[in-house]
Ligand binder design. Structure first.
Ligand code: GLU
Length: 545
């Protein structure tokens, strides 16, 4: 067959050669070992936790090696395209601290390897498709939907593998006159890859996350260009990642199945394949069962969730690192205050069989993280969040900033700081008792103190209250009330001899705690009163009486 003639027939409009493009997009001048990575989202307007996982992996690999991280928009599927989706990708990732060096930008694009929108690269794909046809490595296939489903039924009946390959690949053997006739009639066609005769059944390939993989050699004549001339993901990514000089392709494990085809395609092009890094699916434990995160069931899959709940991006990043790299937690323990950038990210330390995402763990990591921030910083973050997401909270926080700062300062800056806050929405629940508008009695009074004693304790406490008492004077008074009313002044005395007392000083202060904070567990009562002020503290006692 005259492949050159076929190529001219199929691609009469191609006016550049592969060499032209090779010259336009030369290898990048980067230091030895620098990695070039990319994020290739479809512009669907939904960006999720899985994308952030991939993006952080890409970003770390590029930036820790002195390389480049770029954004390529994979918009070949017109139906899934949503207006403004590129802004969503860029803004959302920026919120989490992930920045692109190159590629699609909010306005236009940046970099020498564009265009970075696949829809604008049609000429490039056609040029390389033409080259494949010229070399006999691709051919037009005129099969209709009906023919393909009839083939599938036959394959099912014969218990053969599904797909277009070997003896099933009808049009792979057509000659030029046959093809010309169909073209003249204007019959729609797709362009298929002519899979090379497999040498052996399996081949080996090294995945940077999964190590060496043994995979079946591809024998499928997959589609390269659809009938409208738009490339499939397979063909587009091979051409793009070569010409954009990508060194590492980080993508979800759902692409593992077609990896043999991608490797074959790189081979057919005569190009070196990038290093593939197939990330594991994000999973969660739901009622004891491990399952994939689902868009419908799990709000935490959406990245908007973290923004609207008021998670600090740095804390989320810190948590994601624990999921992404198995040695991160150990490193963090050894380097509690080091900036996270110092951690050497490694794809080899990533999980291969489902990465477990756990909101409780996120909250723990976040509490640790937020406990290290000073009160001013926390105050400005919370108010910024509340301004956007909770008008009532915003009003409460800002009407007396000194008061709010005092509240946030409690237990902060100590060698062992309190770890009460995991995210800003939860901070409202936690701090609610400071504001009379939100205050309510959430817990019962200690049950081993009788109602009569409770009233007596509160009455005496109010009587002896002096706002200028320091902490030890204050506690001395509570101890005196306890002793006077038949409660042990120290818990250990009570433990030694429980019959001799009604309870101990902790029960007495528990009554005061519930009166002041509405809770059995709270930060230090004295410190809380100092923030509430004398009048409000005494009012709480009176109201409890
Ligand atoms: N557009 C592909 C996706 O959204 C990108 C896969 C890749 O990164 O190669 O899944």
């Amino acid at each position: 067959m005259d492949n050159k003639k076929l190529a001219e027939l199929l691609f009469p409009h191609v006016n550049k050669t592969p060499e032209d493009y090779e010259a336009m997009y030369p290898p990048r001048e980067l230091p030895e070992g620098a990695r070039v990575t990319r994020l290739g989202p479809s512009p669907t307007g939904f960006i999720h936790l899985g994308n952030l996982f991939g993006a952080i992996t890409d970003e770390r690999m590029a930036h820790q090696s002195g390389g480049v991280f770029y954004l390529r928009i994979e918009d070949t599927d017109e139906k899934r395209k949503v207006e403004g989706a590129v802004d969503v990708v860029i803004d959302t990732l920026r919120y989490f601290g992930v920045e692109f060096d190159e590629g699609a930008m909010k306005v236009g694009e940046k970099g020498d390897y564009g265009p970075y929108y696949q829809r604008q690269r049609a000429d490039i794909y056609h040029c390389f498709a033409k080259k494949l046809v010229e070399e006999g490595k691709a051919y037009p296939c005129f099969c209709t939907e009906e023919e393909l489903s009839a083939m599938r039924e036959k394959q099912e009946a014969e218990k053969a593998n599904f797909g277009y390959y070997g003896k099933w690949a009808t049009h792979r053997h057509w000659d030029l006159p046959q093809i010309e006739e169909e073209l003249k009639k204007g019959t729609p066609y797709v362009l298929r890859f002519r899979a090379p005769e497999p040498e052996g059944k399996y081949f080996k390939i090294k995945d940077a996350i999964r190590g060496e993989l043994s995979m079946p050699v591809n024998d499928m004549d997959f589609v390269l260009l659809k009938s409208d001339g738009i490339p499939t993901y397979h063909f587009a990514h091979v051409v793009d990642d070569h010409l954009m000089r990508t060194t590492h392709v980080v993508r979800g494990e759902e692409w593992l199945a077609t990896l043999p085809f991608h490797v074959a395609l790189f081979g057919a092009m005569g190009w070196k394949a990038p290093v593939y890094c197939h990330t594991a699916q994000l999973m969660k434990i739901d009622n004891g069962v491990k399952r994939k995160l689902s868009k419908r069931k799990d709000p935490e899959l959406s990245l908007d969730y973290y923004k609207s709940e008021g998670y600090l991006p740095g804390a989320v990043w810190e948590y994601l690192m624990t999921v992404l790299n198995s040695n991160f937690e150990e490193w963090r323990m050894q380097n509690p205050t080091a900036p996270i950038d110092d951690f050497k990210f490694s794809p080899a330390k990533m999980g291969v069989s489902g990465s477990l995402f756990d909101l409780d763990k996120l909250n723990d990591v976040s509490k640790n993280y937020l406990a290290t921030l000073d009160a001013e910083t926390v105050y400005s973050y919370i108010t910024e969040w509340a301004k956007e997401c909770d008008a009532e909270y915003y009003e409460l926080l800002t009407r007396d900033p000194a008061f709010s700062l005092g509240m946030i300062s409690i237990g902060r800056g100590d060698p062992k700081p309190r770890k009460d806050i995991s995210h800003w929405k939860q901070s409202k629940e936690f701090y609610s008792f400071f504001f009379d508008e939100l205050f309510r009695r959430e817990d019962e009074f200690p049950e081993n103190v009788s109602p009569e004693d409770r009233a007596e304790i509160l009455r005496r406490y109010a009587e002896g209250y002096d706002h200028s008492d320091n902490q030890s004077q204050w506690f001395g008074k509570i101890r005196a009330i306890a002793e006077d009313m038949g409660y042990a002044p120290q818990p250990k005395l009570y433990k030694k001899n429980p019959e001799a007392y009604k309870g101990h000083v902790g029960d007495v202060s528990g009554v005061i705690r519930v009166a002041i904070t509405g809770r059995q567990n709270s930060p230090d009562i004295w410190a809380v009163q100092q923030v509430l002020g004398e009048e409000r503290s005494l009012n709480r006692i009176k109201n409890a009486l």
